[in-house]
Design a protein around this ligand. Sequence first.
Ligand code: 5GP
Length: 220
Amino acid sequence: MATSARVVPVPIVVSAPSGTGKTTVCRAVVGADPKLEFSISHTTRTARPGERDGVDYHFVDEEAFLALVKDERFVEHAEYNGKLYGTSHEAIDGPIARGCDVLLEIEVQGAAQIRERREDARFVFLVPPSLAALEARLRGRGTDASEVIAKRLAIAGNELSAVSGFDYVVINDHLEDAIAAVREIVAAERSGQRGDAVARHGRETALARGAGALAELPSD
Ligand code: 5GP
């Protein structure tokens, strides 16, 4: 039976613990899809080499960030590793007004706020294949000192326990497979025909197939 195509684009939130390879996956997915844009967040952290203001983030100082919070310009905002990050209404509604879906690459506290405030949003959780793989990836980046890695791993443990709020779960074991899975999810949500994507990547089925690092979390 033919179903009519969805006409309103959606925000797609992708969250994952730091070191899961989220940025690589998200860049590949957005880069291959002209109807999908990145939401550009605000942050108080300093730009890394190669990052551009207004492209990778809107880099602002804390005073400017807090003024935006006060003016209710953010859909969500959170502190991560001592810095502030936030998604403005404009970051989501700009792409949507242009007829594009919009991908938000944000951490889990922000995702929880979006869940409360945007009924139209869909949530994808990217999971590392194991905690050892996550640690190896963080070390391999060579950008962080050991204490920072230890801190990021502790944050990752907490972040992984947020999985229950997500519609879809993708284990980032093989990069190409993870990219293909997220693209499939975006395409399904875009068409309004979610059945196959939910069957393949919906949280319950994905976790039944294999939980990656989630299997290592203490159960409560
Ligand atoms: P990084 O400093 O490595 O770019 O990002 C640190 C963390 O903040 C990552 O998990 C990233 O996804 C998250 N993040 C980036 N932008 C936002 C945002 O607008 N809101 C929230 N809540 N998290 C964000």
